[in-house]
Design a protein. Sequence first.
Length: 232
Amino acid sequence: MSRRPVLVALDVNHRDDALRLAAQLAPRQCRLKIGKELYTREGRALLETLHQQGHDIFLDLKFHDIPNTVAAAVRVAADMGVWMVNVHASGGRKMLEAAADALAHYPKPPLLIAVTVLTSMNAADLRETGVEEPLAAHVTRLTALAADSGLNGVVCSAQEAAAVKAAHGDTFLTITPGIRPAWAANDDQSRIMTPEAAIAAGSDYLVIGRPITRATDPVAALAAINRSITPD
């Protein structure tokens, strides 16, 4: 599987736990997502170790700050050799364009992805921040802003992937959390989709955590997911 659609979320607290999981996951079968908690605790040293083991890293820190600060942050991410990094689309056009421009001169820059509206937020939450338009319309607006600002794609639900592709083309990437195989527990996810359904709906990359990382056999769990989304 050269494309490796599965992004395994290493949502653990410590380096040893992350490395134990990573050691079981072949780089040719998946990529790894590192979020705020693990990165804040373990930092660049963990990324360097994972890179030495051959893993591609999605650095999920969701940068949101003034344009110069975000541009500097994504340059640091590129210098660390990460495969993908993300920012908040709500940071606005100047911030998004500054981030894209900061990566333009790298021979092989990381993919730059925008987060539109956090999945924890609903319409009432948005109204408290001054956003009066419906949530779906706001997601559409921010997605268009990200595409127009030169980003490579967005984090979205699998339910939104087809609409994103229809509006912005097949090369604009969709990274979708909330993916649960039919055999896995839903846990705290409410808007879920199976891996095969998500790929069919237009998802390019699937963020999957607990169905793999908390499985009795993570290797077997990942292999089963990959088989379900690999064309015969």
